[in-house]
Design a protein around this ligand. Structure first.
Ligand SMILES: CC(=O)N[C@H]1[C@@H](OP(=O)(O)OP(=O)(O)OC[C@H]2O[C@@H](n3ccc(=O)[nH]c3=O)[C@H](O)[C@@H]2O)O[C@H](CO)[C@@H](O)[C@@H]1O[C@H](C)C(=O)N[C@@H](C)C(=O)N[C@@H](CCC(=O)O)C(=O)O
Ligand code: ATP
Length: 453
């Protein structure tokens, strides 16, 4: 890393140096730096090059690339969180700055909390006073790039879109074999985007950089939106459920949402921004926004097509280090939650077969399930449903002969449920669909009945 020394607390500025895309190779380069330190270069590679773009689409691709550059910078900015942010080579308007201020502040909420940092008032993207010209209609082809993450949620979306006859390409970022296997198992066209973080980020981490969670869904969304413009298609579909909009309530701090960029605040702001600043006919939406985690679990239970392939356990998705030998580690909050959320809807034998064991009959996992229930702990910083969903799922299992003898279900019925109001333990109200979403109206009309049952 040359002679430059990373002194985290002495760094003054984070620089967005430049970004560029080569349609001949499909490689986008996103370049950043701290002060006058070495360039940090992240690459994003779209398969299928060369790409031929007419002038209007090339201009829109440039706008989408700049948005990606700005959002993906969060991985590097976090290493030092300097007071100044500089954008070189292009300029942004006030709307774009407002979006970025929100993505960085809220998306780094867990990072800031865990590191004892207060980023409020610190993150200010510089901007011009003039508003950008409204983005034009590009005449994009009707086709959906559907993000797949290897877990249950995106598979529910993919099957719903298939049933409704929506043309889709299953799209993912990175080299996960697990996601590739799930994608292949859909039997649909696939699109695997390469992403390499600047390797120096890991050196900075070793040298004492601030480190922690980043809003990875915002980054993935910006990558796929850029790909949609390059490919000339009109929809980017994610599978973020309603429950993702609710964070963990931390005594003395308030709400901290690990999943902020999976929430409605990000989806609504980012989707509107793409239409006003990138292409007026580019639609970004989450197909599962009207559903709670329990409602998604109910949908997933309807098919066993992916049982031997999918996993919701995030330990499968580390960039560095060893991958788990089993698809489900069985001890992390996501394994706990997905087991609990599926249990009311999936036959017990099938569920134990998927995860490899019965997590609800293992007293060693008591603390993990207590956190999900928000019992003597807060909801874990993970992609898990609301506490009321976990409590309602447990309460339902406590009524089922096949589950109620299991150690953690029996303990819930004996020790926790008596302290709770019975009305708050009903599953049915949590399965009601929400109308706060941005799914194209005609599609939602067709989907509503499917998701209501
Ligand atoms: C796989 C995972 O859960 N990783 C989180 C973990 O990182 P760790 O160091 O254990 O491993 P790596 O993921 O290999 O990361 C190495 C370093 O690189 C940084 N980094 C990674 C990706 C990126 O886009 N930018 C980065 O800067 C990372 O910070 C490491 O220093 O712990 C980290 C700290 O808490 C998390 O940030 C890692 O989370 C990944 C970014 C990740 O992809 N996580 C998803 C599985 C995830 O958490 N999804 C959320 C969605 C949240 C959202 O708002 O988008 C969810 O499903 O709830
Ligand atoms: N590597 C990836 N590439 C593209 N999209 C991704 C990737 N990882 C996650 N996503 C998308 O981000 C969103 C949130 O991911 P999340 O992990 O919650 O979903 P999932 O993997 O489909 O299901 P589960 O909640 O069971 O893990 C989903 O829309 C998912 O498709």
């Amino acid at each position: 890393m040359s002679d430059w020394v990373f002194e985290r607390d002495a760094i003054r500025a984070f620089r967005f140096v430049r970004c560029g895309f080569d349609p001949a190779t499909g490689v986008a380069r996103l370049v950043y730096a701290f002060d006058d330190g070495p360039e940090l270069v992240e690459t994003v590679t779209l398969p299928g090059a060369p790409f031929a773009l007419d002038d209007a689409r090339a201009a829109a691709a440039e706008r989408a690339l700049q948005l990606l550059h700005l959002i993906a910078g969060v991985s590097y900015y976090k290493a030092a969180v300097p007071a100044e942010i500089r954008i070189e080579g292009y300029a942004i308007d006030a709307d774009t700055a407002t979006l970025l201020d929100a993505v960085y502040l809220n998306g780094l909420g867990e990072f800031a909390y865990r590191n004892g940092l207060d980023l409020r008032g610190r993150i200010r993207f510089p901007h011009l006073d003039d508003a950008a010209a409204p983005a034009p209609v590009l005449g994009l082809r009707e086709h959906a790039l559907v993000a797949i993450g290897g877990g249950k949620d995106s598979l529910v979306s993919i099957e719903a879109l298939r049933a409704e006859g929506v043309a889709q390409t299953v799209t993912w970022i990175g080299g996960s074999q697990l996601i590739a296997a799930c994608a292949a198992h859909t039997g649909l066209p696939t699109f695997n985007i390469g992403r390499q973080l600047a390797p120096q980020l890991f050196d900075l981490n070793r040298q004492g950089a601030w480190n922690g969670h980043i809003p990875v869904t915002a980054v993935n969304s910006a990558i796929i939106a850029f790909a949609a413009v390059v490919l000339g298609v009109d929809q980017v579909v994610f599978s973020n459920e309603r429950s993702a909009s609710y964070g963990s309530i931390i005594p003395g701090t308030g709400e901290v949402n690990h999943q902020w960029s999976k929430g409605w605040a990000f989806e609504s702001a980012f989707g509107a921004h793409l239409q006003s600043h990138v292409a007026a006919d580019l639609q970004y939406y989450s197909l599962l926004r009207p559903l709670s985690e329990l409602a998604v679990a109910r949908q997933f239970a309807k098919t066993d097509r992916y049982d031997a392939h999918f996993s919701s356990c995030n330990r499968n998705f580390h960039i560095l280090g060893e991958r788990p030998t089993s698809r489900w580690c069985g001890v992390c909050p996501k394994c706990h939650f997905v087991f609990l959320a599926l249990a009311p809807f999936v036959p017990k034998l099938r569920l134990v077969g998927i995860v490899g064991r019965n997590l609800l009959d293992d007293p060693a996992q008591t603390a993990g399930f207590d956190a999900l229930l928000e019992y003597q702990d807060h909801k874990p910083f993970e992609c898990v449903g609301e506490g009321r969903e976990s409590r309602a799922a447990m309460a339902a299992l406590a009524q089922r002969p096949e589950w109620r003898e299991d150690a953690l279900v029996a303990r819930f019925a004996r020790e926790i449920a008596p302290q709770l109001h019975a009305d708050g333990l009903r599953i049915e109200p949590l399965l009601v669909l929400d109308e706060e979403q941005r799914i194209p109206a005609a599609l939602w009309e067709r989907l509503r009945d499917r998701f209501a049952a």
